[in-house]
Design a protein around this ligand. Structure first.
Ligand code: ZN
Length: 306
């Protein structure tokens, strides 16, 4: 890549980091910050685009529209960005999730360009840890020839997440509109069968990386606490997915949650946990690049970019 293009990207990142939504449109970009003696980098895989009532069908349209309008967001589309986290420390280069790949949505699957933008080759990624197995997080696993895109990495996913998506009955038990994704995720996980490490939630997976049980969105969804020196960051995955709805109304059912009731309990517990500890957060679908904190006031939580 030429220096000019790198400088252009750096400028684009600075702008993207300053805006609140629609920033996912910066298709390939990277924002890096230190974490102890290492670093974390937000890598954009692109963005998704859905009507709001597709995401929150249980919420009255007027109620949903009013909240979005109050935050100057469009009421006809939601365009959540997809922000991957790269954690580098010592010999390790750890990537959380792998993006949507080329067979999910035309607006996702930009991770290869983001890696190119930071001059990181796929074979230099030592470890890949999945928050969960939804397509926007997993389907970038295979390239167009069905080969592993990250050929040399060690792979990790929670045992309950693996059991759910590889169970032949799951495709019959999910909603009709989820069957295609269940088939696709099962096929991709099976490509990892002989090389993936399964871990239990609420355990340390690698040195300085602890898996918190944030199930509900999916049965084995985990968020990962990174500790390096005195610095700390929680990689949320989809446990807190919208910068306003999730923080103001964690009790609103989210259509993509496999277990809506359990996901609501998890969101409330997690918001209390991260706000009381003032933890730095990284959200997969929070405004690009996804870094921030949860603040609590008398009646609700608020996402603050950081
Ligand atoms: Zn997601």
């Amino acid at each position: 890549m030429s220096i000019d293009r790198r400088e252009f990207l750096a400028g684009t990142c600075a702008l993207a980091a300053g805006s609140i939504f629609g920033a996912g449109r910066s298709a390939f970009a990277a924002v890096q910050k230190p974490l102890g003696d290492g670093s974390v980098t937000a890598l954009s895989d692109g963005y998704m685009s859905f009507p709001p009532n597709f995401m929150y069908p249980a919420v009255a349209d007027e109620t949903l529209d009013a909240l979005l309008a109050r935050h100057n967001l469009p009421t006809d589309r939601m365009e959540p960005p997809c922000n991957l986290t790269l954690f580098r420390s010592g010999e390790r280069t750890v990537l959380f999730d792998v993006g949507g790949g080329s067979q999910f949505l035309p607006t996702t699957g930009k991770l290869p360009e983001a890696l190119d933008a930071i001059d990181l080759a796929p074979q230099d990624v030592t470890d890949i840890i999945f928050t969960h197995a939804h397509p926007d997080h997993l389907w970038g696993l295979l390239d167009d020839f069905d080969e592993l895109f990250f050929s040399d990495a060690n792979y990790y996913i929670s045992e309950p997440e693996w059991q759910f998506w590889t169970d032949p009955e799951t495709v019959n038990n999910v909603r009709d509109d989820q069957q295609g994704l269940a088939v696709g995720s099962k096929r991709r996980l099976e490509a990892l069968a002989d090389r993936i490490t399964l871990f239990q939630p609420e355990s340390e997976i690698l040195s300085g990386i602890y898996a918190h049980d944030t199930s509900g969105h999916t049965p084995g969804h985990c968020s990962f606490e990174l500790n390096n020196g005195t610095d700390q960051l929680l990689v949320l995955g989809d446990a807190l997915a919208h910068p306003f709805i999730t923080f103001e109304h964690p009790e609103w059912p989210f259509a993509q949650d496999v277990d809506a009731e359990h996901a609501i309990i998890t969101r409330k517990r997690l918001l209390d946990f991260v706000s009381s500890r003032q933890m730095d957060l990284m959200g997969y679908h929070l405004p690009y690049p996804g870094f921030g904190r949860a603040e609590r006031n008398d009646t609700a939580y608020r996402f603050v970019t950081k």
